[in-house]
Structures are given as structure tokens and as C-alpha cells.
Write a protein that binds this ligand. Structure first.
Ligand SMILES: CC(C)(COP(=O)(O)OP(=O)(O)OC[C@H]1O[C@@H](n2cnc3c(N)ncnc32)[C@H](O)[C@@H]1OP(=O)(O)O)[C@@H](O)C(=O)NCCC(=O)NCCS
Length: 160
């Protein structure tokens, strides 16, 4: 049986994270940063870089932001896994949510997801996230195409 675990990332995990966010076809779904930006984000006090492991080996990552937000709004900035659709991401996200709500100041865990990212939206919904509303055509790719983003969130009482 597969074991899914979570741990805080170390700076040495950044190459794995960069490789994962550059997965085939992910450009339509998730952002990607260069090394310097990851290093800067990693060092910020309100951020947490998390690694999901499958049987002890890194298989996905997530970035939480605003853990120091005075209103307890924590952003799931990014999540991606090595092999989408194999059942890992859902289990890992559950552990990411437990990590976020394990911090007593967290009241609301939120994210934005492209409306065309059906798989991610399904995963978020199935773990209790609700849809807050659509940011219509809020994102633009360098080639000028635009995309709408769905805001989703889960509140501490809903997590319980
Ligand atoms: C989003 C992501 C983290 C989810 O992890 P995952 O390992 O693929 O998820 P799982 O395999 O655990 O679960 C996938 C679920 O989506 C469903 N699914 C797969 N493709 C789907 C589609 N096109 N439309 C709707 N649901 C879909 C599966 O049936 C499964 O649901 P179920 O468990 O209820 O049957 C992963 O797909 C990923 O890294 N995607 C690329 C990056 C990305 O989109 N990140 C999120 C940005 S907001």
C-alpha cells in the first residue's frame, strides 16, 4: 500500500519543486518561478513550502502563503504533483489542509484555480472547498490569451 506523507521543504528541494511545476502540460494550469524567486519566497516568514512524499520519495509540493495574516486568511499559492491522476494529489492536499489548519491562526484557506482546470477544481471540491466567485478574464498569458479564475475557500468550521 502507498504511503503519503508531508514534510517542510528544505532549500535543497527547490530544484524538485521547479521540475514539478514545469510538468508536461502544466503551463495551462499552474505558475512557475525561477530559482531566485523561489529562494525569496522560501525565505519569507509567512510562507511554508511543503513536500508530499510517496513511500518516502518527493512526489509533489505545495506553497502556503500569508500564514501571518492577521485575519487568518491563508493562501494555497501553488500545488502540483509528479504524476497527476494517480490518486496522490488528493491525499497530499488533505495533508496540506491539515498543516494549514493545524496552525491556530488559520481561519480560511483559499486559492484561485483556472476555470478550465477541471481536475483541480474537482479535487478541491471533493475535499470541501467551496466556490467564492469568478475573477472574469483576470489572467493574461504572454501571447495575449486571457483566462478566468475561480476563487475557492474552506473555513475552519467546515474543515472540522
Ligand atoms: C491538481 C493536482 C495537484 C491534483 O492531484 P492528482 O494527483 O492529479 O489528483 P488525484 O489523482 O488524487 O485525484 C484526481 C481526481 O480528479 C478526477 N479527475 C481527473 N481528471 C479530471 C477531469 N478532467 N475533470 C474532472 N475530474 C477529473 C479524478 O477522477 C480524481 O477524482 P476522484 O478521486 O473523485 O475519482 C494535480 O493534478 C496537478 O499537479 N495538476 C497540475 C498542476 C495543477 O493544476 N495544480 C493546481 C493549480 S490550482
Amino acid at each position: 500500500m502507498t504511503t503519503v506523507t508531508i514534510r517542510l521543504a528544505a532549500p535543497a528541494d527547490i530544484p524538485f519543486i521547479m521540475q514539478t511545476e514545469r510538468g508536461e502540460g502544466f503551463g495551462e494550469f499552474v505558475g512557475r518561478w525561477e530559482l531566485a524567486q523561489h529562494e525569496a519566497e522560501f525565505a519569507k516568514a509567512g510562507n511554508a513550502y511543503l513536500i508530499g512524499e510517496k513511500d518516502g520519495s518527493p512526489n509533489g509540493f505545495a506553497i502556503l502563503r500569508d500564514l501571518d495574516d492577521p485575519f487568518g486568511n491563508v493562501l494555497l499559492k501553488r500545488i502540483a504533483v509528479r504524476e497527476p491522476g494517480a490518486g496522490f494529489g488528493k491525499a497530499f492536499l488533505w495533508l496540506v489542509m491539515a498543516n494549514a489548519f493545524g496552525r491556530e491562526k488559520t481561519h480560511r484557506l483559499w486559492l484561485d484555480v483556472f476555470v478550465h482546470n477541471d481536475r483541480a477544481r474537482h479535487v478541491y471540491r471533493s475535499l470541501g472547498f467551496r466556490e467564492d466567485g469568478v475573477l472574469r478574464e483576470a489572467y493574461a498569458w504572454p501571447d495575449g490569451r486571457r483566462a478566468s479564475q475561480m476563487l475557492m475557500s474552506i473555513l475552519r468550521p467546515e474543515w472540522r
